[in-house]
Design a protein. Structure first.
Length: 273
């Protein structure tokens, strides 16, 4: 069994390392049609005519209440909680047109957090699209690229606080943090956040991305006209079925069951308005 796992990892690493890197955006000046992995090197004119982008606007809630880091909420089990940090990666949009063909428009990612309400998911090829697929987390290839290759304003560059695990000298052993949720939880029900009463949930590593597919959008994308989608982000849905008074800590490898549950719950976090 162990040999089988090691062989699978070796094949995956070899596959990743052999993928040709370059600019994969067809609207960029230095677009490389043979590149399979976008390495963040795309160059653009200062003004780019006739390009449409998808803008997503977000409103942030916890169940039916507006989200605020100053607010106290309750999880499904009645535990009082307060957030100190909440963020996740979202991107790799795929557009499904009226012929049910899938268009991989770009490999962009954004970092969703409650302090920001507007995000640019990058260029969209003109057309009529009925559905949209998004990925929560970072895909297998991008997950093992060095964040240093990206400009500082790119969500995939190094962040502060960190959104990246850098284990060892090889990027093949690194991973982005796909979902980060931190805060306080009243574990003993005394209506106070006592010392040590906290939750720390860091979800990352291959296999823990969440595919959010078949989002009904009905987009008519024309050259030079940005399209806007309105999403509600319900942060409470990450905790569906999770009792934070007893199950409140994971760095993924040390509590994979909890990490899986949070990742799986991610499919219900986004709702089109």
């Amino acid at each position: 069994m162990r040999k089988s796992i090691l062989l699978t990892l070796l094949i995956a690493i070899t596959f990743i390392s052999c993928r040709k890197k370059g600019c994969t955006d067809p609207y960029a000046n230095n677009y490389n049609s043979t590149a399979q992995v976008d390495n963040g090197t795309c160059l653009y004119d200062s003004i780019i005519p006739n390009i449409a982008s998808l803008i997503i606007n977000t409103s942030h809630v916890f169940e039916n209440k507006s989200f605020s880091f100053d607010s106290i909420y309750q999880d499904n089990f009645g535990n009082q909680i307060q957030f100190t940090r909440a963020t996740f990666y979202l991107g790799k949009p795929k557009y499904i047109n009226t012929s049910q063909s899938t268009i991989d428009s770009n490999n962009n990612y954004v970092l969703i957090d409650p302090t920001n309400t507007s995000y640019n998911l990058g260029a969209v090829i003109p057309g009529i699209y009925q559905e949209l697929d998004l990925l929560m987390g970072v895909d297998l290839i991008t997950n093992h690229l060095d964040p240093a290759i990206y400009d500082s304003d790119n969500a995939l560059s190094y962040q502060s606080p960190s959104m990246h695990w850098q284990m060892g000298s090889s990027a093949q052993n690194w991973s982005y943090l796909f979902i980060v949720l931190e805060g306080l939880v009243d574990k003993n029900g005394n209506n106070n956040f006592d010392a040590g009463e906290s939750f720390v949930l860091h979800i990352g590593n291959d296999g823990l991305t969440t595919e959010i597919n078949d989002i009904i959008v009905n987009l008519i994308v024309q050259e030079g006209e940005n399209e806007i989608l309105e999403f509600k982000v319900d942060w409470s849905r990450f905790f569906d079925g999770i009792d934070l008074s007893t199950n409140n800590f994971t760095h993924t490898a040390d509590n994979p069951t909890l990490a899986d549950a949070i990742s799986n719950n991610g499919v219900n976090v986004l709702q089109v308005q």
